[in-house]
Design a protein around this ligand. Sequence first.
Ligand code: SF4
Length: 318
Amino acid sequence: MSEQPILEVRNLKKHFQVGGGKTLKAVDDLNFAIRRGETFGLVGESGCGKSTAGRTIIRLYEATSGEVLFNGENVHQLKGKKLHDFRRQMQMVFQDPYASLNPRMTVGNIIAEGVDIHGMYTGAKRKERVMELLRAVGLNDEHANRFPHEFSGGQRQRIGIARALAIEPQFIIADEPISALDVSVQAQVVNLFKKLQKERGLTYLFIAHDLAMVKHISDRIGVMYLGKLVEVTTSEALYAKPLHPYTQSLLSAIPIPDPEIERTRERIILQGEIPSPLNPPSGCPFRTRCPHAMSVCAEVMPEFKEVEPNHYTACHLY
Ligand code: SF4
């Protein structure tokens, strides 16, 4: 029997009521699972619902309907000690490391905040834990007494990662953790995530707005469009043979560092803007921008199904 996934997302919806009786369907019927020790990349343009999905999974938002099972338990029904334990086991790393670090606290106290809340260590043990974490993320012991403004963007993200690790979580949701960083620093932070995963057996949900960013870290990737998953498969399959026209267009926009190939490549330029999630198109949500749209696409929502082994997509072409 295969091992139970650490996370299962079933028919998850997060809708917001906005003015004028309208409903914003930010997350609309997501289904996917993440295995222990795996990195699952969640990708899509801004406004596609990927960050809302992350925040609903970790229960910063209550779900409108559906289930999030973490180690087999429905996160949205946890109470008391079980909820407290869940808060320790799943942590989040945010996009803007500066906004998410309290400027008036020393780095040592920022990192130890969760340790204090959960009463894990005090005195010398607490200090030791902070130093161990600083070293684990590539910083030094003396950084503990400094304040966030004294650090570069990349260093601040390392502090954010140390804070997330402080209470020994099993699962980390990294919400665009490298998008705000210089390109030169992005690879270093991705490598740090990889190293920590190997050392600590972590599982990641890694959210990003372009496929190039998740390529080197993800085992599998889910592509979102207007609150829905349109394709899920392994990283290799997604890059070698993307099935959904939206994924194909995202991949065609990534430059290839070979001038010969780059010169002859065909770019798929998407027409128009991403439609408002307040007023999504009928049928397939991608049909207003899809170069292959057919009449059925306006009438029937394509089913999200397995069209090749471990390769799921929602498109009438398959
Ligand atoms: Fe394009 Fe139709 Fe497939 Fe949607 S269902 S992606 S509109 S071909």
